[in-house]
Design a protein around this ligand. Structure first.
Ligand SMILES: Nc1ncnc2c1ncn2[C@@H]1O[C@H](COP(=O)(O)OP(=O)(O)O)[C@@H](O)[C@H]1O
Ligand SMILES: [Mg+2]
Length: 360
């Protein structure tokens, strides 16, 4: 899967610019705050329909403009796909090959990408939020079922949390079971998919980690959960659990059980990485997880996703950088950095120099 052309209009600091990408490594070079990450973000927006990364589309519209427009010409094994997004302050219009797409979920995943930035390098050492975000973004790109369950789940969760903040106790206790039933149903979909996904991800991540550490360390990933195997049973159990903590939820004013609290267990040589591993080790584990994500996308869609490497090369040491480049053979990369020469060791690439929201 490759992106051939990207047009940005009034997007972030771009007024109007067209990028033409090669099918290997594309390097966006420039000083800080020139628009490199913005370009990478535009690609990612078109992959995910965005709802998942940014809370407010408004920030994406160039200051003073009314609407940001993104358009990408991509090529996948089924042929050419044109993805477009018109982003307004309070709405957006998504189009696939010129035809309006009503639900963001149907837009999502037509072009797949693995996004890797210094933030992702911290997914192992940071709190569970980041790991859940990783799961959500990754699984959503490969399963519309997951993506729509996630949207529904989050909506119902918000409503349930609002209810928990009410003052009217009888209203709260009467209404909670109504939300619980729906919440548990979508939760079960999320849990089942996450379990499946981690089952797939784990061996790939272990393999990538062995490659990155020359076999010195063993990485294991697991899903920290305690649910039955079947979706119906998961929902039932969760509904009971929700009911058991009514008092606590009301006292705290938010929902304390459910997949919005689950986590990925990461262990290196049998020890919990969060407690035991050094910063270098957790970063290597994070890199392994991202490389595993790349492999899963390849496996599931039969072709490589676009790999976006935003500022990560300078954060990795020399051997890891070289290994990362080895692993991306045959994958289209969009890579941002301030000094291309030092990072790529003569690897063939297309350089695009950016300054002040323009290609120069
Ligand atoms: N909505 C917006 N309108 C205008 N400029 C923006 C908008 N959002 C971000 N910017 C500008 O984009 C620049 C940052 O671009 P970025 O792509 O993050 O830089 P870098 O090249 O370092 O990756 C900043 O100067 C910021 O002010
Ligand atoms: Mg940047």
């Amino acid at each position: 899967m490759i992106i051939k052309k990207l047009e940005l209009q009034n997007f972030r600091n771009y007024e109007k610019e067209t990028f033409v990408f090669g099918d290997g490594v594309n390097v966006l070079v420039g000083r800080n705050a020139q628009g490199k990450t913005n370009c990478a973000e535009a690609v990612f927006y078109l992959c995910t329909g965005a709802s998942l990364r940014i809370r407010h589309d408004k920030q994406l519209i160039r200051k003073g403009a009314e609407c940001a427009r993104l358009s990408a010409e991509t090529e996948c094994r089924y042929g050419r796909i044109v993805l477009e997004a018109d982003i307004y302050e309070n709405k957006r219009e998504l189009r696939l090959n010129g035809v309006k797409v009503a639900r963001a979920v149907d837009f999502l995943g037509n072009m797949k990408s693995v996004f890797f930035s210094p933030g992702e390098l911290r997914i192992v050492q940071d709190g569970p939020d980041e790991r859940r975000r990783f799961l959500n973004l990754s699984i959503s790109q490969t399963s519309k079922n997951y993506a729509s369950a996630l949207l529904r789940y989050n909506k119902i969760l918000d409503q349930r949390n609002n209810l928990l903040k009410e003052r009217d106790v009888s209203l709260i206790f009467e209404t909670l079971p109504v939300w619980d039933e729906q919440l548990a149903r979508y939760a079960a979909v999320l849990i089942r998919h996450r379990r499946e996904y981690l089952g797939r991800l784990s061996p790939f991540a272990a393999e990538a980690h062995a490659f990155l550490t020359d076999g010195a360390e063993k990485l294991e990933l697991g899903f920290e959960e305690n649910y039955p195997s079947e979706e119906g049973e998961i929902a039932e159990k969760l509904q009971r659990e929700l009911k058991n903590v009514y008092e606590r939820d009301v006292r705290l004013g938010f929902t304390t059980v459910g997949p919005h609290r689950d986590d990925i267990r990461v262990s290196i040589d049998g020890n919990d990485a969060r407690g035991f591993a050094s910063q270098g080790q957790t970063r290597t584990a994070a890199l392994s997880m991202k490389l595993a994500e790349l492999e899963i996308f390849k496996q599931l869609s039969g072709e490589a996703p676009v790999l976006i490497l935003d500022d990560v090369m300078s954060e990795l040491d020399l051997p890891r950088r070289k290994k990362l480049l080895l692993r991306t053979e045959g994958v289209q990369c969009i890579l941002t950095c301030t000094h291309a020469e030092r990072l790529l060791y003569g690897k063939e690439c297309k350089k695009i120099r950016i300054s002040g929201g323009k290609i120069v």
